[in-house]
Design a protein around this ligand. Structure first.
Ligand SMILES: CC(C)(COP(=O)(O)OP(=O)(O)OC[C@H]1O[C@@H](n2cnc3c(N)ncnc32)[C@H](O)[C@@H]1OP(=O)(O)O)[C@@H](O)C(=O)NCCC(=O)NCCS
Length: 164
């Protein structure tokens, strides 16, 4: 099974917006407080991913077919670390290792300090990130419980080493 991660271009914006709609709807189920964007039109950063140099949009394909997307911020955008801002694998492509292979490709391309947040209720995602980080990063992530305006989240901090 071939998983491919490619830089999304402006012409891919509609594909990302479609996937973002499904992602935000799904994510809304995990929020303890119903605030925040629930579709791509109300998501405030979509256009910034196609205009700001520190924001990097990616399309994920499995055997050539669209299987998800990732929105990544680099240290020039966050000020400190790399961040997985949004990450989504379409339901029909799940539990096949697509997410794991895709994030591994991204981490290998951009080694360094990484951070991401998961809603506390999103237990599948927390398991996914913990298992990917333990397999690919240097040691287990540092896990911090934080209160945000949409409820409890876990923040995961970890380091990805450069490989040759
Ligand atoms: C979380 C998500 C990205 C996982 O993608 P995926 O391609 O299905 O994950 P993989 O098949 O690569 O799974 C890798 C490992 O993660 C863990 N994992 C993945 N999904 C899991 C689930 N639903 N329940 C428990 N563990 C899970 C397993 O350890 C799995 O390995 P295994 O299948 O050999 O047991 C996907 O379910 C998704 O897009 N969910 C909705 C959006 C979301 O929550 N995004 C993250 C926001 S922080």
């Amino acid at each position: 099974m071939a998983v491919d991660v490619s830089d999304a271009r402006l012409g891919d914006r509609d594909s990302i917006a479609g996937l973002l709609d499904d992602y935000l709807q799904e994510l809304a189920q995990h929020r303890e407080v119903a605030v925040g964007a629930t579709d791509s039109r109300s998501y405030p950063y979509l256009d910034a991913y196609f205009s700001e140099s520190g924001r990097r949009p990616f399309l994920i394909r499995r055997e050539g077919k669209l299987a998800g997307f990732a929105l990544i911020r680099d240290p020039t955008s966050t000020g400190r670390f790399w961040e997985v801002a949004e990450f989504f694998i379409t339901p029909t492509s799940r539990r096949k290792g697509v997410g794991r292979d895709a994030i591994e490709l991204i981490w290998r391309r951009f080694p360094g300090s990484w951070e991401l947040q998961v809603h506390a209720r999103n237990t599948a995602s927390l398991r996914f990130w913990t298992s990917c980080i333990e397999a690919s990063a240097k040691g287990a992530p540092q896990l911090t419980e934080i209160e945000t305006e949409d409820g409890k989240r876990f923040q995961l901090d970890f380091r990805v080493e450069r490989t040759r």
